[in-house]
Design a protein. Structure first.
Length: 452
């Protein structure tokens, strides 16, 4: 049976007299002082693979919830892949001690690390986040009286989306599934023509053409090829539906069911954009057949990102107090009241002072945020707003305006040190978990440095 933590600690190495080891030791003490954090992680790890009921109590015990959570922190703190994480947990004295692997304990393999860390849901990690903030408040490191709020974007792990690349992705992925289905069911059941070479040539012609008019003919052929491959795949999916429910059959069926809907959408999008010359709204576009949840995030009418917008609330101590991972690309001006209400709900009271970027500013937002109980509300740029409307004095206005600028450095720190610039985990639930894991790791490292 899996446990939250080991009742009897294994024989561990002593902490090294190095700065990073001291930080790990401080984080370890904080986690030890708040065992509820490991109990929260245990809830996800105890669920069955389909999310219903509990896992069987028989079988190997596996990693404890505490070890899984600590391994996740090491991974995010260093930007390790699972292969690198497995190596360092086997090789590093400090990381083995931090993750509670004894001298004689075998290090977990990368597949075990991946399965356990990905089992932690975004909802659970968010609860862990608030438990850590509660511990920080108990030690007087933050009171949530003064906050700074800004938005950033976290990119999905996809290539730059063009119509030709998306069509090529559809052809190569569906053709690969067709070959696997033919191998399982036989050539007499799965009949198709491999069009990957033809599609690859059309893609190259499109990418090397210097004029738009020269791209039209290869685009028409590439769209026709993609439609043909989609047709083969629909027939293959129908054939798979009549087969016995073997593991290979189920896996193939899931593959076709996953990629056929976005492939149809890619074809429709290319026909509208390339052949009809229509401007497709951002909300109707698809930018990846692998990460279909990805949004188009336009920043300041100059930069375009493919991922999700995240609104962050930071404190005076540089801790991230709250984060909201958004779908679509809502304007900043729609978020101030929501972020203050989330703070009130989770911290029990609103902040006394709040500083926002200029994109959040409006007279309606100023009035609504003050109605939530915030005394001083300052926007970095406030067209039509006077400093006396936002704060009780000019000195407070300038102080909060300068205080807000610090959130830019905090966001840069998160992206450089904790991988918040690009999510490397797949799917929308995992995207949310990745963001929360980065924020938790950052907060714990900042708390450790406060303790030291």
């Amino acid at each position: 049976m899996r446990k939250a933590r080991k009742s009897q600690l294994p024989i561990l190495e002593n902490w090294l007299d190095l700065e990073h080891s001291k930080e790990l030791e401080a984080i370890s003490r904080l986690l030890d002082d708040h065992p509820r954090i490991a109990d929260l992680a245990l809830q996800d790890l105890s669920q069955s693979a389909d999310g219903q009921g509990s896992r069987s109590q028989a079988g190997a015990r596996g990693m404890t919830a505490e070890q899984v959570l600590r391994a996740m922190l090491v991974k995010q703190m260093n930007g390790f892949s699972y292969r690198q994480l497995a190596f360092h947990l086997a090789d590093s004295r400090s990381y083995r001690t931090f993750c509670r692997f004894g001298v004689g304990d075998p290090a977990p393999k990368k597949s075990a690390l991946q399965a356990n860390i990905k089992a932690l849901s975004a909802e659970t990690l968010e609860r862990v986040h608030w438990a850590i903030l509660e511990a920080a408040a108990d030690r007087g490191i933050h009171q949530g009286r003064r906050v700074r709020i800004d938005c950033t974007q976290v990119e999905s792990n996809i290539h730059h989306p063009t119509d030709s690349e998306l069509l090529w992705d559809c052809v190569r992925v569906l053709t690969r599934l067709l070959h696997r289905a033919r191998k399982v069911l036989g050539p007499e059941t799965i009949e198709f023509h491999d069009r990957t070479r033809r599609a690859k040539r059309r893609r190259k012609e499109i990418n090397t053409a210097r004029r738009q008019v020269n791209r039209l003919a290869p685009y028409k052929d590439l769209i026709a090829v993609t439609e043909e491959v989609v047709g083969y795949s629909e027939v293959a999916l129908g054939a798979l539906d009549h087969q016995a429910r073997r593991t290979k059959i189920q896996r193939l069926r899931k593959g076709f069911e996953r990629f056929l809907p976005p492939a149809r959408k890619v074809i429709e999008q290319a026909q509208r954009r390339v052949l009809a010359g229509e401007t497709v709204p951002a909300l109707e576009k698809i930018v990846s057949i692998f990460e279909t949840h990805t949004d188009i995030v336009r920043k300041d009418a100059r930069d375009t990102y493919y991922g999700h917008k995240v609104c962050l609330t930071a404190s005076r101590s540089c801790l991230i107090l709250d984060a909201k991972i958004l779908e679509g690309n809502p304007p900043d001006s729609t978020l101030p009241v929501t972020m203050i209400q989330r703070l009130r709900e989770n911290l029990g009271k609103p902040p006394k002072q709040a500083a926002f970027d200029g994109g959040f500013s409006s007279k309606a937002n100023l009035k609504a945020v003050k109605a939530e109980g915030v005394e001083d509300v300052v926007f970095a740029k406030g067209p039509g707003l006077k400093p006396s409307d936002m704060a009780k004095s000019t000195w407070v206005y300038r102080s909060l305006r300068n205080f807000r600028a610090g959130v830019e450095g905090i966001i840069s720190f998160l992206k450089r040190a904790f991988g918040l610039d690009r999510c490397t985990w797949r799917s929308w639930p995992s995207f949310q978990s990745y963001v929360w894991s980065s924020l938790i790791t950052s907060n714990l490292l900042i708390l450790a440095r406060h303790f030291l």
